[in-house]
Design a protein around this ligand. Structure first.
Ligand SMILES: Cc1cc2nc3c(=O)[nH]c(=O)nc-3n(C[C@H](O)[C@H](O)[C@H](O)COP(=O)(O)OP(=O)(O)OC[C@H]3O[C@@H](n4cnc5c(N)ncnc54)[C@H](O)[C@@H]3O)c2cc1C
Ligand code: SF4
Length: 315
């Protein structure tokens, strides 16, 4: 591991100001960043430890929603009685992720900003436009079973690995940030993660040094809230495909898909097809899909997983 300097700022604005320096990175639970540092995929010169900031509470908002501090651990968020009662899709998605030990450390902000699990990104002997812009993409000519089927580019076909983010996309969450100049802004989760295009190394809409302070959920919308995750092992594995669904008694609802794109995949227009069933929704959701030879099975898997979710929701 390369040497780096370390600080613990006293406030969110001090953290954001410090992070504006070149080579500076925030560290929260460290469950993703430290692994990447050990492999020298990430080599920050300065680490800003945000764990001492008072961003670890879950508060009810004035309009009846929830404000989740950036440092709320995945375990605490999944277990919160308000989340379990009103945002079941979020609790279920969190519990489908990683392991109990990891969820005890992993934070809300860190989970949103965790990096891809593309094996070529992790293998520094392979070309990877995300790790080293302009070097090529090992996955395009390699084994791409886990990779994206939609929204990808000729530069990168990686997926976003977070389960929590898929549920938050279905819930229309908003990300609150603090910028290095102390100003704040709110980013709809739909706009937080980017598609790869020609710049797969730019993964989200945050400016350098911008700190996530919280994630806000709108007031509860009820419905049957389910999260199904299909993976190669029953636990401790990333999604091949996942489905976050909120289905109302009249058959309307929302659907977001994980494991298929560089961001949680939701097409609001496809949700109009929910009364017609999983096949109609999937065809609309994945109308522009361009799977590889290895991962075309994901199109069928999305349809079948969504079919199972809708059947359970109706039951
Ligand atoms: C073996 C293993 C299995 C896993 N399985 C799953 C799984 O099935 N599903 C799943 O969803 N995840 C899984 N994960 C990933 C895990 O959920 C993430 O590593 C974790 O959520 C990251 O949170 P953290 O707080 O540890 O982030 P860190 O590692 O501390 O940080 C991650 C990134 O977020 C940035 N960051 C952190 N906090 C802030 C902030 N407040 N503002 C701005 N930037 C910030 C950091 O700079 C860094 O770039 C797995 C991880 C491992 C190691
Ligand atoms: S898919 Fe993306 S992350 Fe994976 S090797 Fe290609 S450029 Fe790198």
């Amino acid at each position: 591991m390369k040497s780096f300097t370390y600080e613990r700022p006293a406030s969110p604005s001090a953290a954001a100001a410090a992070a504006a320096a070149p080579g500076a990175r925030f560290i929260a639970g460290g469950t993703n960043l430290l692994d990447l540092m050990k492999l020298e995929i990430e080599t920050p010169m300065h680490l800003i430890d945000v764990n001492g900031l008072a961003l670890d509470s879950i508060e009810t908002t004035a309009d009846g929603g929830l404000r989740i501090g950036a440092l709320v651990r995945n375990t605490a968020l999944a277990a919160d009685t308000r989340v379990r009662r009103d945002y079941g899709v979020l609790s279920r998605a969190l519990l489908a992720g990683a392991s109990g030990q990891l969820r005890n450390k992993a934070t809300t902000a860190g989970n949103l900003l965790q990096r891809t699990r593309c094996p070529y990104f992790y293998d520094t002997n392979q070309p990877c436009n995300k790790r080293m812009p302009g070097s090529g993409c090992g996955a395009l000519e390699g084994f791409s079973r886990q990779h994206a089927v939609i929204g990808a580019s000729d530069a990168c076909i990686a997926t976003h690995p977070s389960d929590m983010a898929v549920a938050m996309r279905a819930l229309d969450a908003t990300v609150e940030t603090v910028r290095p100049d102390g100003s704040t802004r709110r980013i709809p989760i739909a706009e937080l993660h980017r598609l790869p295009g020609d710049t797969p190394h730019i993964e989200h809409a945050l400016a350098p040094g911008e700190l996530i302070a919280a994630v806000t959920l709108p007031r509860p919308i009820g419905g049957a809230q389910l999260y199904y995750k299909v993976r190669d092992r029953a636990s401790y594995a990333f999604a091949l495909v996942s489905v976050a669904a909120i289905v109302q008694a009249d058959g309307s609802g929302r659907v977001a898909i994980g494991g298929v794109a560089h961001k949680p995949w939701r097409v609001e227009a496809a949700e109009a097809e929910l009364p017609r069933g999983a096949r109609a929704v999937s065809e609309r959701l994945l109308a522009d899909a361009r799977p590889t030879h290895h991962n075309a099975f994901k199109l069928t898997l999305v349809q079948r997983t969504l079919g199972a979710v809708l059947a359970e929701a109706r039951a």
